[in-house]
Design a protein around this ligand. Structure first.
Ligand code: CA
Length: 370
């Protein structure tokens, strides 16, 4: 079977299943036109990534292509890279005010505007991709996320899990928490706040600016995503030490933002296609990165001489202590934050117990010495 045939089969299967699919949150068809009256439209999708960027940009392309194909072209989605229509950090506003109908970004970029959004982007020492998806789709998380963005005229959907990221690129070795003191690092969101409490100095920069900032010494360290994405940025040319695990982003959940009025103007079948296409993209990114990360890491180490390092346990313990405090404080910052935090924490507790019995026990069994 060719790739195209496989893809067509997948898309028909998804389309067939979408009619009975009920994702939580938005009510379909509030002002929707009927399917037969609907005239084909083109939506603009603004993104926070360089165009066609490996992993993240590919996820945006996959989402646009899937919606366009599943709808038979009735809803054509055109992708704009960061800065092509609006800068990366203005994606939220652009979709909210209708400059674009759709966006692809990460929720923690909006922490200055909607601090609670950070729970949906990445939580240091929080849930991994499998647990996060279970919370969002089956544990009430997505309904809370959609409620949070409602005042902005936006409907968010999960649209790309990264899985556990790498800890980042450092221009010096990290032996103890003393080495974090004074460290200027690009690390967004809650992870940045944790770094600050550990004595570091966090910065938030769009991905496209990382390489230069690291190379010129404006920052001492940066995290980005994982080997596949980081190799593409050439970060190995600017720093030698590559640390794991990515305690600050046990997964990042990318988001698809949809303008509520634009969504409500769609007939029910196209609304269903948008929902299921985001869910397919959510899986696609994780599969893409899982398939490519190790080969990219091998290239970084074997071809480019990158020094792979694991954070010392004492450093991880210190980060974890601060992370628990930072996340709990965010959870007390507003009534909505408390609802989200309580839901996240309770779900993480029960999912984590199950992970110990299932995935964690299985990995340990698989790695038992002969
Ligand atoms: Ca990251």
């Amino acid at each position: 079977m060719t790739t195209n045939t496989t893809r067509r089969h997948l898309i028909s299967a998804l389309a067939a299943g979408s009619a009975g699919l009920a994702l939580s949150g938005c009510k379909p068809q509030e002002n929707a036109s009927s399917t037969s009256d609907f005239r084909p439209v083109t939506w603009k999708m603004v993104t926070a990534w360089p165009r066609d960027f490996p992993g993240l940009g590919e996820g945006a392309n996959y989402l646009a292509q899937t919606i366009t194909e599943m709808s038979g072209g009735r809803l054509h989605v055109k992708v704009y890279g960061g800065n092509e229509l609006v800068p990366p950090f203005e994606v939220f506003d652009a979709v909210s005010n209708g400059t674009a109908q759709m966006g692809h970004a990460a929720a923690y970029y909006w922490k200055g505007k909607v601090p609670e959004a950070q729970f949906f982007g990445a939580v240091p020492f929080g849930m991994n991709a499998q647990e996060t998806n279970a919370w969002l789709y089956e544990g009430g998380g997505l309904a809370l996320w959609q409620e949070l963005y409602k005042p902005f005229g936006l409907i968010p959907f999960p649209a790309g899990q990264t899985g556990v990221q790498m800890g980042g690129w450092f221009n010096r070795e990290i032996h103890s928490i003393e080495d974090i003191k004074g460290l200027v690092m690009r690390i967004p969101g809650l992870g940045g706040e944790v770094l600050k409490r550990a004595g570091g100095s966090p910065k938030s920069l769009p991905g496209a600016e990382l390489f230069t900032a690291l190379q010129t010494g404006n920052i001492d360290a940066t995290e980005w995503v994982g080997p596949y994405n980081d190799l593409a940025f050439g970060l190995y040319q600017a720093a030698k030490y590559y640390y794991y695990p990515g305690w600050h982003e046990p997964t990042a959940c990318l988001e698809c933002l949809v303008n509520k009025d634009a969504f409500n103007a769609l007939p029910a079948d196209l609304q269903a296609i948008v929902k299921i296409a985001t869910r397919a993209t959510n899986a696609q990114l994780l599969d893409n990165l899982t398939a490519r990360n190790q080969a990219a890491l091998d290239t970084l180490v074997e071809k480019h001489g990158v020094q792979l390092r694991r954070f010392p346990n004492d450093v991880l313990r210190e980060f974890r202590k601060h992370a628990q405090a930072v996340v709990a404080e965010l959870g007390q910052s507003s009534p909505m934050a408390t609802r989200i935090y309580t839901s996240y924490r309770d779900f993480a507790t029960q999912a984590g117990r199950w992970m110990k019995i299932s995935e964690q026990a299985y990995f340990a069994a698989r790695d038992l010495p002969a």
